[in-house]
Design a protein around this ligand. Sequence first.
Ligand code: UD1
Ligand code: CA
Length: 496
Amino acid sequence: MDKQTQFALQDTPTTAQLDVLILAAGLGTRMRSRTAKVLHRLGGRPLIAHVCRTATALDPGHIYVIVGHQAELVEQAVKDELGAEGAIFVTQTEQRGTGDAVMAAREALADTNSTLLVLSGDVPLVSARTLAALIQQHRAHRGRGAACTLLTIKLEDPTGYGRIIRDSEGRFERIVEQKDASAAEKQLNEINAGIYCFEARALFRALEKVKPENAQGEYYLTDVPGILRAEGEDVSIFLHTDAREVSGINTRVELAEFENIIRRRTLRKLMIDSGVTLIDPAHTYISPQAQIGRDTIIYPDVHIEGDTTIGEECEIRSGTRLTNARIGNNVTVKDHSVIVDSEVSDNCTVGPFAHLRMNARMEEGSAVGNFVEMKKSRLGRKSKSMHLTYLGDATVGERTNIGAGTITCNYDGKNKHATVIEDNVKIGSDTMLVAPVTVGSGSVTGAGAVVTKDVPPDTLVAGVPAEIKKRLNENKEEQKDEAEAIKDASLVTQPE
Ligand code: UD1
Ligand code: CA
């Protein structure tokens, strides 16, 4: 884990264990989606993954995740982030409100001395630093700790949120939900962020008293602080100032706004810390996970997704998408190219309109050009394939040239077969290589050849089907013999 995000909780008067409980069982009706809200992606990762990562930074005893809607998918998203053993899943069978959701974890938690940090799966940007401060205040409250501490925030437009009602002395009294609020209560602009610290025993004792007597007919977790207050327990308020950080995502409008925040943050970091030039940040889309080297230039309308890495002094031209791509130094990717799960080594050029996918690999100094597709294929050092070509399941050696319109016919309708093209080969334009097939080093295929049989080294083949036309090595052998002879002669006459 990133050291900077690790927050040890020292100097608190209580030694109670910290546990985290994340609410993630709801569908998120306001998203108008078949997909559970916490699975919608922000910065390339599900919302729930953001909350999980922040929770682990607090180094809690356990992380409980309440699941319900699309439980299996939500659990998988959590496991992807935290590992298979990283969280304990509790199922809320019917979604009867946030209070009912927490109640699902009663068996696991009611009889513990835990301090329980309750988070919502739909509040993705809250920082570990803020949460650590909240827990600190909760535990230090009046020297003995509070039963509950609420994170609140003042909003210009508090519509939709639960409002904080304070008494005449300014102390917390209760929370009223938007749908249950009177006209006067709706004017209040201090809201409940849905982030709380509870002493577990007090929480579950009060939860027993929560009734679904409200506009939504739900069990509200938000009734608990009021119940505790009425019982004479200490409820403290942690009034936060950064509204953005603690606001939730309820609609796709908010999702898009958050995406924009994360995107701008990522771009700024790349420009300031990594020395990357972005021609137009307003139209550049880069995953927060991507790493890009200094003096690389990114043109507008480029999408860089997943764990892509790009070296130094590269140029990535407009309309290009890189997904989980590994790009070396001094690489030019020309306009409208797509590189997915593939690797491009130093000093290569790609595109325009090239497509590399499924573990395609370009070695140092190689080039692919217009309308060339590479799938599960390797292009050796300094080899070129510049025009209108499909290389599928192919291994191409060094300094080989693949002529325009070459196709590796890798699929016989049932199975995929491999093509091997060795070093220093010249594949003529419009050659069909019917796999499985090997073209030996130094060989040449004529334009329009349909190669159905292996071609030995240093051989010219042509025709349909391709036949051997000429051995190319004889000349070479003669030249070699000549060179050897000259060398031997010069050795003899070499002065001492
Ligand atoms: C909640 C709060 C509101 C607060 C707001 C802050 C309640 C009643 N209201 O409202 O005071 O201002 O958050 O963002 O708590 N969930 C379940 N099971 C359920 C219902 C919800 O697990 O039965 C989960 C959802 O998946 C979500 C979280 O609880 O992650 C919050 O639920 P949501 O419906 O978004 O609550 P809000 O209406 O936003
Ligand atoms: Ca919400």
